[in-house]
Design a protein around this ligand. Sequence first.
Ligand SMILES: NC(=O)c1ccc[n+]([C@@H]2O[C@H](COP(=O)([O-])OP(=O)(O)OC[C@H]3O[C@@H](n4cnc5c(N)ncnc54)[C@H](OP(=O)(O)O)[C@@H]3O)[C@@H](O)[C@H]2O)c1
Length: 294
Amino acid sequence: MSSDELVAQTLFDVKGFVAVVTGGGSGIGLMAAQALAANGARVYVVGRRKEALDTVAKKYASNGQIIPLPGDIAHTDGVKAIAAELEKNEAKGINILINNAGVSPESKASSEADKVDFSNANAVSKWMVLDGTEAWRESYAGNVAAHHFLTAALLPLLNKGREAIPGHSSSIINISSTAGITKTHSKGQFAYSSSKAAFLHLTKEWAHTFVPLRIRVNSIAPGLFPSEMTTGTSDENQKSKITGAGEHFPAGRTGRETDIGSAILYLASRAGTYVNGQVVHVDGGLLLKTPAAG
Ligand SMILES: NC(=O)c1ccc[n+]([C@@H]2O[C@H](COP(=O)([O-])OP(=O)(O)OC[C@H]3O[C@@H](n4cnc5c(N)ncnc54)[C@H](OP(=O)(O)O)[C@@H]3O)[C@@H](O)[C@H]2O)c1
């Protein structure tokens, strides 16, 4: 092998690749889309709010392309429409699917978590059901089932994308969470954290199932990053800010675009071709300080 192949520019190259990033209109999905576009990929960003996607396409196309693809992945019609649009536009298929969209609908339990008396069974019992059964339906529909149906719908396109680039494998990256790994209660967001654990399991099952297709499946488990989910809002550039958090993490800070971008480029490019069925913890060392599963 010539040393040229080991130059970072070649090893981590995604120029000309076609990527789909769900939830690419804000937070971590936007960070992933930015990193891919900055390195020359054509990136479809999926989300329910067209205006958010339009802003992202306008501001962050950089060295590549960002194309808004509005749609709701939690509904069958939404999944079908997204797949149909990609089939129409991308005759050579797609190379990267980032299953990033997510919801965390347990705001009541989360806001009460610090006040609960954990030695009082009645208080814990009441707190555990504050957000009702709908929060469970929403979490599992949005964080698990939606990804399953979209991935199934896009599998033929990922297969085509792999065939179009000899020696390369298409890459699916699932954005899970440290919440799906730690034994702590994630501020009472039991539906959210268990849905993320389910998504980690799907990562392994899909990786195994797609071996004959040579489509790789890995997961990134982020720690704490600024996003609409973690701060409740974003600015006119679709960016969010976290203040006063992260000091107690081993890294001493919350996550940044570069932390997500580097992991995405690794798993999506030739650099990650030998990595399959794995979880990359991009958490600033959070799991070193929090009781983890296993
Ligand atoms: N930020 C963190 O600290 C952190 C940590 C661990 C894991 N995560 C995970 O990272 C992922 C991204 O979350 P985030 O923190 O970046 O929050 P975010 O800014 O709220 O991003 C979530 C995105 O998902 C989209 N979305 C939600 N439901 C959708 C649906 N049914 N169809 C299409 N798009 C949908 C939203 O756009 P629309 O509302 O326009 O549809 C939004 O852009 C999630 O899976 C989350 O669980 C985040």
